[in-house]
Write a protein that binds this ligand. Sequence first.
Ligand SMILES: [Zn+2]
Length: 257
Amino acid sequence: MFDTHCHLDLLSARGIGVEAAVKQAENCGVQHIIVPGIDASNWSTIANYAKQYSSVEWAIGIHPMFVTPESLAEIDLMQAKLESGADCIAIGECGLDFFHGRDNQVLQTEVLIAQLKLAQRFELPVLLHVRKAHQELIKLLKQYPLSRGGVVHGFSGSYEQGMDFVRLGFSLGIGGTITYQRANKTRNAVACLPLEALVLETDAPDMPLFGYQGQPNQPKMVRDVLACCVTLRQESEQTITQKMTENATKLFNLIGR
Ligand SMILES: [Zn+2]
């Protein structure tokens, strides 16, 4: 199993040791944990996790909710790090988030486009974050096509919304959302979206699974997300496990790692 989206660097503030979380995940069968960048302030911390733990990989990026006027200088720094051979395996998380309004829509868009261009130039997949910006993101992904695609993380949309991304060559990050009965639309979508397009994630310490509300989420919980996928879909547990692992292995080019 893969946890394709896990904020290991935010676990300790919630009382969970990084080492313990990684070891427990490994013991539950998690082979790889991908830790997304938030902005320049967390890049070296998460790059160090990747050095320290063989199951951990990191991505370099600026999260749309952390976009500020300084982000443009951070884009230059990101480019310099990529040029000097940073060992990150993706760009992200990046994207658009208009949940709290569109005051900085122009800046968010500019910072995203810069990251999409870097992803294409350095042939890396992207980890995408999108809230209240489905159409805008689709439009940008058409305008700036990516040969390696990426993951739309924390997928919580409908079948049609999911297929909009799948048709553009993107995968969907499936997390704790589907463990809630009330998430009907997304549960139905996950039941019928092509298995080739699905990867697992936790978004730990956020997005706790049903039954764990109020507790920090952890990477070992991908096991439970997978179990929920199995109840929703037609294929066997073995097929789903194999395929979702293979999807992520190929996408992030971690064959043999
Ligand atoms: Zn995230």
